[in-house]
Design a protein around this ligand. Structure first.
Ligand SMILES: Nc1ncnc2c1ncn2[C@@H]1O[C@H](COP(=O)(O)OP(=O)(O)O)[C@@H](O)[C@H]1O
Ligand SMILES: [Mg+2]
Length: 389
């Protein structure tokens, strides 16, 4: 096939809604490390990002997310380790030849250029397309982000959300096989952020490129990703689907970082068949499934349970496979559709959500029974130095 025929086929594939099978690149990070002076920013990171996946790097500020992204982009060189795209090392490939698009939180638009010229910029720098082809490509890219009518405007004439759309169109105009986004919605208000989250997911589905998305917002990571990579202190602590990292966090940090987690200190008293018998602060023995890391009898653990899995139990409902424990109500907050209730188990708070009908009669200082399905709980290793029950 001639080059012209190839690129025509490429155009046909792009204009149909199905992503091209080779649209996304696989990215592999092997033992990747990067320091700045005495600060280790990325420490021995191993990660495979599947071709075409939407992968989120999630972690608190300073955990190494941006540095990882800059290493993938080639803006930084690793001190040690390798990066490969589709199995080929990219160490000697400069950023502008890695076929990537990049979007930053601070849109980084050229203020003196129109929307059209901002989006056309990468093509003019790299590709030397004929004017007509360039216009088509810019139009296609603006269409993807829903900005077709604003080509002639300047960035200052656009809202924050529109500016971020322009930045996305500019990153997509070269049809990158890899799109890197560093907290792209961080500067926008909640409603707009949620709308753009949906639009970015939609763009991902339409073009099929690999997306690596950085955020410190756990809801954003859970709603958008195929794969969540949780980072802390320059390292990866867990990789998994949104459901698996939410429901089966590997430790108390991940449990807490992914959304309100109840963590009740306890001690493993026995190891029975598939369950641990754990004694919690009020002296009660509860059953926790044996999954993940194993804990010997005598180990201090944190019993993890999500607020939405805890119910205030009325005695007649305490049948079947539930764990129950007595608690004293400390706080009841009205949230609109439900109440947020904090109840104390010994000295330790357990937070739960009570629908309005269930919250009738729950008073501060009142004695209640809490109940949860044991299979929703996990025994996590207690960080050293934590309070014992
Ligand atoms: N250019 C730099 N010079 C010195 N230290 C840096 C530089 N870039 C990042 N760091 C440090 O590396 C660590 C990781 O930073 P970063 O990758 O930006 O984290 P994140 O994006 O998760 O907030 C932090 O301690 C940060 O202060
Ligand atoms: Mg950052």
């Amino acid at each position: 096939m001639s080059v012209a025929a190839l690129s025509a086929a490429d155009d046909a594939a792009r204009t149909s809604d199905a992503p091209r099978p080779d649209a996304g690149v696989e990215v592999r990070l092997e033992r990747l490390s990067k320091s700045f002076g005495s600060v280790t920013a990325v420490d021995n990171v191993n990660l495979t990002i599947p071709a075409g996946a939407f992968v989120t790097l999630l972690g608190p500020s300073g955990s190494g997310k941006t540095t990882t992204l800059n290493l993938i982009a080639g803006f930084l060189a690793p001190d040690a380790g390798n990066i490969a795209f589709d199995g080929r090392p990219v160490a000697s490939v400069p950023p502008h030849r890695r076929n990537i698009g990049m979007v930053f939180q601070s849109y980084a638009l050229f203020p003196h250029m129109t929307v059209f010229d901002n989006v056309a910029y990468p093509l003019r720098m790299r590709n030397r397309l004929a004017r007509e082809a360039l216009t088509i490509r810019v139009g296609e890219s603006l269409e993807l982000v829903g900005l077709t009518k604003l080509e002639a405007r300047y960035p200052r004439q656009l809202s924050g959300g529109q500016q971020q759309r322009v930045a996305m169109a500019r990153a997509l105009v070269s049809r990158p096989r890899l799109l890197l986004m560093d907290e792209p919605l961080g500067a926008l208000d909640k409603k707009l952020r949620e709308r753009l989250q949906g639009e970015i997911k939609d763009i991902h589905r339409r073009i099929g490129s690999t997306f690596v998305y950085v955020t410190h917002d756990q809801t954003e990571a859970l709603t958008m990703s195929d794969l969540v990579v949780v980072m802390r202190d320059s390292r990866i602590v867990q990789v998994g689907s949104p459901r698996s990292v939410y429901e089966a966090p590997v430790d108390a940090f991940v449990a807490d970082f992914l959304g309100g987690a109840n963590l009740l200190p306890g001690e493993v008293m026995a190891n029975e068949r598939d369950a641990y018998a754990v004694r919690i602060a009020n002296g009660r023995m509860i059953s926790v499934p044996q999954t993940g890391a194993s804990h010997a009898p005598g180990s201090k653990v944190l019993v993890f349970i999500r607020p939405e899995d805890v119910k205030i139990s009325h005695s007649e409902e305490m049948v079947g496979n539930v764990v129950t424990t007595a608690a004293v109500v400390r706080e009841v907050l009205f949230l609109g559709e439900s109440f947020k209730v904090t109840a104390m188990v010994g000295p330790h708070p357990v937070v739960l959500r009570a629908p309005r009908v269930q919250a009738e009669g729950i008073e501060i200082g009142g004695h209640v029974m809490l109940a949860w399905p044991p299979e929703r709980s996990r025994a996590l290793a207690a960080p050293t130095g934590s309070v014992s029950p």
